[in-house]
Design a protein around this ligand. Structure first.
Ligand SMILES: [Zn+2]
Length: 119
């Protein structure tokens, strides 16, 4: 039987000192199995790391390409919009004229002072 009562691998690993844990490992079969499993997982993670990093780089490249493609499409379609007006000053003047319409000219009901009248 075990020298010390085993509270499970995680618990022993967390609460025992490195030295005590190693001692416990020698005597506890359950923890030996669990420890071997953890070692294997750790090895797998180490093995997978370079691949995971590569995958991440690949993904960020794809993302960058998508952004670039979007910008190209956006620029292509937005340029004709900005150049559609023959003269930007004419557009601005036209806009100002439209804005300077009085309420009455806009066809809305007004009172004797020219203010919007709602009854
Ligand atoms: Zn144990």
């Amino acid at each position: 039987m075990n020298e010390k009562k085993c509270n499970g691998y995680e618990s022993m690993y967390t609460f025992l000192s490195e030295e005590d844990f190693q001692k416990h490992l020698e005597t506890c079969e359950d923890c030996q199995k669990e420890h071997a499993r953890m070692q294997r997982v750790s090895e797998l993670v180490q093995e997978a790391k370079p691949y995971m990093l590569q995958e991440k780089k690949k993904q960020s490249k794809i993302l960058k390409a998508a952004c670039a493609a979007f910008l190209v499409v956006f620029a292509t379609f937005s340029v004709p919009i900005y150049t559609a007006g023959t003269n930007i000053y004419e557009d601005v003047i036209a806009m100002n004229e439209a804005n300077s319409l009085t309420i009455e000219e806009m066809g809305l009901p007004v009172d004797e002072y020219g203010f919007l009248y709602i009854n």
